[in-house]
Design a protein around this ligand. Structure first.
Ligand code: KG4
Ligand code: ZN
Length: 367
């Protein structure tokens, strides 16, 4: 079975060809165009700009996916497309393109929920996460815990009450004068801060006052609060983080100035922002595992590209239960892509006619 996947829910235009053969799901091609550079100038996504860029990119991206896979249209069994949630203008470009292709080529369509795509990309290759699983989708718009039961049924368990974790990265990064998207920018600075501290400690085995201070700062990294971390549920809140960062900047005369990029102090603040978010996500993941006792834990969504989150959560969660299987996509399949759409379509395998698909910007995670 060979599927063409199309993803246009936000600022990425993506197409991919994925094949299922002998019970293994393989990627034949994955092509992505992003309007990220345009959004860097505005410091965030402007929906109208994103949609216009989708229109420009969609045909070249599909063409590229087919040519890299070295396939002709007659080899494609179905066209999978994200129908929600996302920005309506962006979603429509993918959905209408998929409909047109399905109609003219007489192929079935498989509609895919973007959030399911993030979760089910973990079934790539020979991976078959044992169910029931607990999944965490952590992206620019969502921070949701779900239970995945057999037949891939999804039940919402809890999540953020306000901003998503990715949004918290993006908004805090903006305060530090870092460019959009903020997650990778903060993560890069945080990693440099952490490795500098470790290197300096290793060098000074004869610990002096200075290195001791830095070690303490690194291990604690608790400049910013973790709201709701002790509540006995999966509720989270990230909207206060940007205010805490702003207050810290004001009180410490750091100033909000792009020229501070790369500065030690900014790297230290970035490491603290990252830690506040990661700590919250991991503490809540531990609660979910205690409460629901899943066989697998699935970390997914753009923020799951964060290397400290990947490493720390695997370590902490498997320490709680060494039989727990931990899954996270390769970083290029954590952020938006079309491989996740085609893979989900293979698992769902419910083709429909081109007349029966509509873009739904507010599609829920259980739908
Ligand atoms: O899933 P995604 O690509 O798009 C949505 O569906 O929202 O997620 C994008 C989010 C952005 O907020 C971005 O800052 C964040 O994922 N992100 C990261 C990293 N890479 C992307 N956050 C933290 N660390 C990263 N390495
Ligand atoms: Zn996404």
């Amino acid at each position: 079975m060979i599927i063409l996947g199309i993803e246009t829910s936000c600022d990425e235009t993506a197409a991919a060809i994925v094949e299922k053969k002998d019970n293994t799901i393989s990627v034949l091609s994955s092509s992505i165009a992003s309007s990220e550079e345009l959004h860097k100038k505005s410091g965030g996504i402007i929906p109208e700009v994103a949609a216009r860029k989708q229109v420009e990119s969609i045909i070249p991206v599909i063409d590229d996916a087919l040519s890299v896979a070295d396939l002709k249209w007659n080899s494609i069994d179905a066209i999978a497309v994200t129908y929600g949630p996302g920005l309506i203008g962006s979603l429509l470009v993918g959905v209408e393109t998929a409909k047109t292709l399905a109609y003219t080529l007489d192929k079935p369509i498989i509609s895919v929920n973007h959030l399911h795509g993030h979760l089910f990309v973990n079934w790539l290759g020979d991976n078959k996460p044992e169910l029931p699983a607990v999944g965490l989708v952590v992206s620019g718009g969502h921070t949701d815990f779900v239970k995945i039961d057999k037949n891939f049924e999804i039940t919402y368990l809890g999540g953020t009450r306000d901003d998503a974790a990715g949004e918290a990265f993006d908004k805090s990064a903006r305060l530090l004068g870092l460019s959009y998207p903020g997650g990778p920018a903060i993560s890069k600075l945080a990693e440099s801060y952490i490795s500098t501290v470790i290197a300096s400690e290793a060098k000074q085995s004869n610990e002096d006052g200075h290195s001791a201070n830095r070690r303490i700062a690194m291990t604690k990294l608790d400049l910013f609060p973790r709201p709701m971390i002790d509540s006995n549920n999966l509720d989270m809140s990230f909207s206060g983080l940007k205010t805490s960062v702003l207050n810290y900047l004001k009180n410490n005369n750091v100033g909000v100035d792009p020229r501070l990029r790369g500065d030690d102090k900014v790297a230290y603040i970035a490491a603290n922002i990252q830690e506040a978010i990661i700590d919250t996500l991991i503490t809540k993941s531990m609660f979910a595992i205690k409460e629901y006792k899943p066989k697998s834990f699935i970390l997914s969504g753009g923020v799951s590209a964060n290397s400290r989150l990947r490493i720390k959560s695997k370590k902490v969660l498997q320490k709680m239960n060494e039989d727990l299987k931990f899954y996270v996509p390769q970083p290029q399949f954590s952020t938006d892509n079309a491989v996740m759409v085609a893979t989900t379509a293979i698992l769902k395998n419910n083709p429909i006619g081109w007349k029966n698909i509509y873009a739904n910007p507010s599609l829920g995670i259980e739908e």
